[in-house]
Design a protein around this ligand. Structure first.
Ligand SMILES: [Zn+2]
Length: 281
């Protein structure tokens, strides 16, 4: 699933291409993808005032009083492409055409159709999903991180991925940030010492900023089906830790694995899977 860096790079690329263009037509290829009470045709004729990111959401400003909010969920992909000549293309969910040659298209790589798009009247904050988001992960100082992750207390790696606490961080970058900050993934946030919050506040903007820069080199106006993501720990179970050389550990959890370095992050302790599931129920 694309997270803050990939979505930020995509928003910047789309903003460069689409700002100032006029919406010629809207095509809800997959009707269930288009949600909300504002009809798609209301966007026709609107000038695109900008494309931005909030959390993992893409926000498209349309004229003075409309906003398109897009959430890709697990399998959605968004990018610029050519309008179809005939039948709607496979996997296409929504098309926003700006001229005969250019369509902003939302696709979905799975058949479950969980990605969604909504038109709302007013700014992005009028959308309930946007309004529910916590502060941006790149904007927080140590006190801000502590407040976000301890009210209410939780398990660090779970709390990091809850958008209502902090927006934009998912499985991949939660692992990357915890490794960079040398934090134990299963720690209770209420018990973290002061210096842990300082390390978290220092590591998060560095990890995410580097990733935005890297994503910007490969993602411009289309989110690829497979992302060539460079990570330190995520997806690298068994590889040597880039800091201490110890083979990285993992715990399995609900169909994915959390990878960490035991000497760097947990004082050398290996987590057992059953403890993981008990803690995170
Ligand atoms: Zn290490």
């Amino acid at each position: 699933m694309p997270e803050l860096p990939e979505m930020e790079a995509l928003a910047r690329g789309l903003d460069r291409e689409l700002r100032g263009r006029t919406v010629a037509s809207v095509h809800p290829y997959q009707p269930s993808t288009f949600q909300g009470s504002v009809a798609p045709d209301e966007a026709v004729g609107a000038t695109i005032t900008g494309v931005a990111r909030r959390g993992k959401l893409i926000i498209v400003g349309l004229g003075e009083n409309l906003t398109l909010v897009v959430h890709l969920m697990q399998a959605g992909r968004l990018g610029l492409t050519s309008p179809p000549a005939g039948r709607p293309p496979r996997r296409a969910c929504l098309g926003l055409r700006v001229d005969d040659a250019t369509e902003l298209r939302l696709r979905e790589l799975s058949t479950t159709h969980r990605a969604w798009a909504r038109l709302v009247r007013g700014p992005a904050g009028a959308d309930p999903a946007v309004a529910a988001l916590g502060p941006e992960a790149v904007d927080l100082d140590a006190g801000g991180w502590r407040a976000a992750l301890t009210t209410p207390p939780g398990v660090l790696h779970t709390a990091l991925r809850q958008g209502r606490r902090v927006a934009g961080v998912g499985r991949c970058y939660a692992s990357e940030i915890m490794w960079a900050a040398r934090l134990p993934p299963l720690a209770r946030t209420a018990t973290l010492p002061d210096d842990a919050w300082d390390r978290l506040a220092a590591a998060a903007p560095r990890v995410l900023g580097d990733a935005v820069e890297r994503a910007g080199r490969t993602i411009t106006t289309d989110l690829p089906d497979k992302q060539g993501r460079v990570t330190a720990v995520h997806g690298h179970f068994g590889d040597p830790c880039l800091r201490c050389g110890t083979p990285l550990s993992r715990v399995a959890f609900r169909g994915y694995e959390l990878v960490y370095c035991a000497p760097c992050q947990t004082g050398g302790r290996e987590y057992a899977d059953r403890r993981m599931s008990r803690l995170l129920r």
